[in-house]
Design a protein around this ligand. Sequence first.
Ligand code: NAD
Ligand code: UGA
Length: 462
Amino acid sequence: MIINSICCLGAGYVGGPTMAMIAAKCPKIQVTVCDFNQKRIDAWNSDNLPVYEPGLKEVVESARGKNLHFSTEIKSAIAAADLIFVCVGTPTKSYGIGAGRAADLRYIESAARLIAEVSHGNKIIVEKSTIPVKTATAIQTIIAANSSNGATFQVLSNPEFLAEGTAVADMQNPDRILIGGEQTSEGQAALEALVSVYANWVPREKIITTNLWSSELSKLVANAFLAQRISSINSISALCEATGADVDEVARAIGTDSRIGPKFLKASVGFGGSCFQKDILNLVYLCESFNLPEVAKYWRSVVTMNDWQKSRFVEKIVRTLFNTVSGKRIAILGFAFKKDTNDTRESAAINVCRDLLAENAHVVIYDPRVPKETICSDLLEVGVSQELIDSNVEVALDPYSAVKGAHALATLTEWDEFRNLDLPKIHSLMLKPAFVFDGRAILPIASLAQHGFDAFIIGKGE
Ligand code: NAD
Ligand code: UGA
């Protein structure tokens, strides 16, 4: 099977960048990224891409208009494709059975129905969205029941492991590509066809092939293990603060053990992003569905610890500011869930700001990539009223105007520019005592003290 034409359903944080990379690396393959969302497609076709990722613009521009296309003409793109990536969202279900834990598969199902409706000939359908184990069966069943054009389908699982902020580098040089397929000759032929696409730039030994269920499950497990490390180090950050130990020193000491390794041991105000919490809850729900309550409880605790880390950070601010932040200006530096992205989904900053606003604080937010409309809609979504946003939320254009007249400053995203702030200037602009709450442990602790700040740094003893 030779792949000449690829269609991708979903032009989001995964669909757009991954397809741009495939197009750039495989000039002989026509790649069309489709979405219902006209605004998103227009943005992909403009100079102002809807996703900010270092290096992404260059990759998109190298192929767009040649073999990379962004379109809302979904049906014709599916009909023309040999291989269809499904990159639609799989958010946590907010209603009915499994609400708050299970994955909402309605976009996957509607994509499958659409593919069945318009397909002819042989198609390979690739699940790139993160989904519960056995979703491939659901896709196969829906397609088999709805296809009337004599088309044949093979479903593969090819989860995406890119991290936002480093997506281009992750795709260019991935740790591995994982592809699961059915253990039949047709399934293996489809799998080899997808392998040959990646083999244009990924060494063959990095392409792991498995059965469908191992591939689907490995994605959830990878995210669960990564998030578990963060919750583990965050739990230790609280102990460090209580005992006078330094969490970065502890992380370094344990991370040099090659069995533990140094990555994902940076204590923080809590992990965010659209996937860690969603995927762990999805895993929890799977365990419950398979009657494994102890396993479910074990993984649930990773999210519980993360929630506690965010709320204890707010509590620390309130207690330190003499038990009240009512009417006080709190400068918030960083709103994205991590640096080098404009994505704010599940960002710890949303909960921190919501809880400070509930205490009647006045928050002044600065983020180099997140616009005011995103900040306001995120706060509205977590229940902050429009009235409170209008009266108590300000968005600043730079860190110095954010801290002007502030009682406290909190760093919530580890943007590089926050590492080199002009601390004397900030101190002079703030009310005294000038309180700093560093939720990312990025500010220079010795300079903070030297310049007269009263600083709390996550995971560092008093
Ligand atoms: P997203 O919300 O940014 O994008 C999904 C897009 O799919 C939306 O633009 C939506 O309009 C579109 N869509 C929905 N139904 C469609 C249909 N039938 N046809 C065409 N378009 C349709 O989501 P995302 O962040 O790109 O995530 C997509 C999937 O990838 C999720 O399952 C997620 O868990 C997984 N994932 C995300 C990341 C990440 O870094 N964001 C990394 C790895 C895996
Ligand atoms: C994560 C995984 O790293 C990707 O492999 C996966 O593909 C993706 O989820 C997904 O499935 O969506 P992402 O959420 O983009 O990627 O970013 P991460 O770098 O994993 O960071 C997640 C959160 O953890 C951020 O809020 C980050 O600040 C926080 N974090 C990360 C820490 O607090 N400490 C760390 O040591 C590392």
